[in-house]
Design a protein around this ligand. Structure first.
Ligand code: MN
Ligand code: MN
Length: 454
């Protein structure tokens, strides 16, 4: 099977389109380092594109553009199609949570003249990648009076950054003999936040001084950490990568690269035959659990509400709508890294710059835990993409028994829906700096538009 490199075949018009598409993507990454920040940006873009909250509609009709927000961390957008909703939707589903370090409920302590914040890592991280890099705090503090304060330290122009220490090489003889999983222990991923003691305080406490600064900046007390959700993420903006600017370097491209391209696809679609849907979920990196994850009843309930506003109150219609729907589970795939070729089986590997990647299955060992897509559905997709001359490739997540992974595909598959994983190949997945190819980002967007409109 012959696969073409997008850069090789792109004319100057396409080159410009690729580069222009990636500029707002880079901005989206820089401003969207938490699921909440991604939701805020999604709503802003959606409203410009004519989407309105579902609650503002008494009834719905074809062409209506609607969104539903779930607990500020999960959003679903729809364009009502010309065909009855029961005939199924075209769904793009991506996740907007990314691996990171979360502050513990009682995080602040003082030791050896430093104030530190204790964390618990979220998702799959190589812990040694998170030390000695500039870090930022992003999140919310919810107070007892019902107000919520947004926290953002480390990403505004004049902000200080925070960080986690590592042992100097000179004294690392014992540390370097450990396995990579143990070189930095989870309980040692504590963020340094200050070192000046409070002079008015008899104990000259550094912790007291940090609390004083937090009180001044955010009006918060130490107890307010209990009802906060603060994420420790890499500081700094997303950037062009490579002298030729062919790639994007950024934290959180798993899976904001597919979230952004899916979002842009639905924003750019007009009057589809079948109802278009884009759902951006939280909690994928920890098993899609909870109220804002893909397992939540939020999506099903939302479809029931849409049907009701279309005049259909039969709950069976929800089941039929789901069963008749087609979905692209838009999630990243592992691109071939020239430094680590051996984890791949090269006939079935994803190459950067060769287009959107379809994973018929993910899982681990004997495809365990995956949604093994029906070939009938894949044939249907091939036709759509080939008709539009869109570059796509198929891949497995590494060679057999090299490891594995999962996505939200199987969760929607449980509704008896046709689902396949379709996304952008990335390098350094889950590292503080992930790499994508701008050509693939644009091709994913084109694929998603074709999927929604065919
Ligand atoms: Mn992912
Ligand atoms: Mn992931």
């Amino acid at each position: 099977m012959y696969r073409k490199n997008i850069w090789e075949s792109a004319d100057s018009k396409k080159m410009t389109a690729i580069m222009e598409f990636n500029k707002p993507y880079i901005e989206f990454l820089s401003k969207g380092k938490t699921e909440r920040e991604c939701v805020v940006q999604s709503i802003a873009l959606a409203e410009i594109a004519g989407f309105k909250p579902l609650d503002s509609f008494k009834e719905l009709k074809a062409g209506d553009r609607v969104y539903v927000l779930n607990k500020n961390k999960n959003i679903a957008l729809f364009i009502i199609g010309k065909k009855p909703l029961k005939e199924g939707m075209r769904i793009l589903g991506a996740h907007i949570d990314s691996p990171r370090l979360d502050l513990k409920q009682n995080p602040l302590y003082e030791k050896d003249g430093f104030a530190l914040l204790d964390t618990h890592y979220y998702g799959g991280v190589k812990k040694y990648q998170w030390v000695t890099i500039p870090l930022a705090l992003h999140g919310v503090v919810c107070k007892k009076d019902g107000t919520t304060v947004m926290v953002n330290i480390g990403d505004n122009e004049d902000d200080p950054v925070l960080g986690i220490g590592d042992l100097l090489i000179h004294l690392s003889q014992d540390q370097l003999a450990k396995t990579a999983a143990k070189v930095i222990e989870g309980e040692n991923l504590d963020v340094t936040i200050g070192s000046i003691p409070l002079k008015e305080d008899e104990k000259f406490s550094v912790k007291a001084n940090v609390l004083k600064l937090l009180k001044e900046k955010y009006g918060m007390e130490e107890d307010d950490f209990v009802s906060s959700e603060i994420e420790v993420v890499p500081a700094g903006n997303a950037r062009d990568y490579g002298l030729d600017r062919s790639m994007v370097a950024s934290y959180g491209q798993d899976d904001r690269v597919c979230a952004y391209t899916s979002l842009r696809a639905i924003l750019d679609v007009k009057d589809p035959e079948y109802t278009s849907c884009c759902i951006l979920v939280d909690k994928e990196e920890i098993g899609s659990v909870g109220a804002t994850g893909a397992h939540s009843l939020f999506f099903e309930n939302t479809v029931a509400r849409l049907l009701a506003k279309l005049g259909d109150h039969d709950f069976l219609s929800v089941r039929e709508t789901m069963e008749n729907s087609y979905m692209l589970s838009s999630d990243v795939s592992a691109g071939v890294d020239p430094l680590f070729e051996s984890v791949n089986e090269m006939k079935n590997a994803a190459f950067m710059g060769e287009g959107i990647v379809f994973n018929k299955y993910t899982g681990s060992r004997g495809k365990s835990g995956c949604n093994d897509t029906n070939p009938e559905f894949i044939a249907w997709l091939r036709k759509i993409l080939d008709d539009e001359n869109i570059h796509y490739q198929t891949a497995e997540l590494g060679r057999v028994d090299a490891g594995g992974g999962g996505t939200i595909a199987y969760i929607l598959g449980n509704y008896n829906m046709n689902v396949i994983d379709a996304g952008v190949g990335v390098l350094n997945m889950h590292a503080p700096m992930e790499i994508s190819s701008k050509a693939d980002v644009y091709e994913a967007y084109l694929s998603y538009v074709a999927f929604l409109t065919k």
